[in-house]
Design a protein around this ligand. Sequence first.
Ligand SMILES: [Zn+2]
Length: 319
Amino acid sequence: MVDYEAIFQKYNIPTAQSGRHKRPGYSNVVCHACTGNEGFHRGFCHETGSSVCFRCGSMHAPKALAAVLRVDIKQADRIIKEHTVGFIKSSFSGFEPSVESVDISKLNLRPLVKFHKMYLEQRGYNVERLVHFFGLKSTGINTDPFYYQNKIFIPYYLNNQLMTYSTRDISVSTKQEDFKSKYITCKKDVGLLPPNFMIFNFDNIKHRKNKKTLFLEGPFDCAKFPEVAGGLSGIKFPPAQVKMIVENFNYPVFLLDPDSAGQEAAQKAFDQIEVLTGKAPEVYSMDGSIKNPDGSVKDPGDFTYEEVDNLLNELEIEI
Ligand SMILES: [Zn+2]
């Protein structure tokens, strides 16, 4: 939490002590970010660190605090950090969406096209299951922006609301079996949250609070395990994502690629999970026991369904 009362006391900024602007868990001050009648319109939430004004709306907290204290934003950011107790509750360094819903009308979505189905089947996916669990589609030819065209559309839902999406490019080289792929994610200014703040497949696993739940690095990694696994979109673990895991899953099990960049960030996140929940999460690295024909470590997205069952048995994760 952020101790905004202490901040305002230190800077001699009066806060609402009575009346309708005095709310538990908030410090309300005169809003220096908007004009009009004075009143304690701007609230700073102790728990989330965020700031919202009754008249001019929500604002990135350091920016709002900078206006109130008449300091620069960098300084305000530092002041907030100095008055933050604990790691998780401060979402001030988070993401403020600038839209109310995600507009996908310009992607010209259509059911998965043959080309995309072939790619997925080649990787051993049951395409019907992917469509059923994840709502995969294909983007159209005339998309805006153009670079989304002809890609696999991967939606991220939170409680049935589309929060953001990723698209996957499939391009074939001369050798037919040699697929290359690339993700292009929804732009920040049109998404409600960046993908790595979220858990891909959340709605299908959110009932697993008291069951072991698997977390893998990418959406296609977890697509072989739709009933039990969430996708992390990398292992940077922004605070919002750690919060989502801790609040919704009592028994997270992480299975990471052996060569992951950013293991340090991941270790930090696992330490935080341990501090917040009182127990260390189970963490495994793909140890290479499941291999591709060429001897390289198999990507979880390429597991056969038999290998999936064996892994879940080994990790004692029930469907
Ligand atoms: Zn205001």
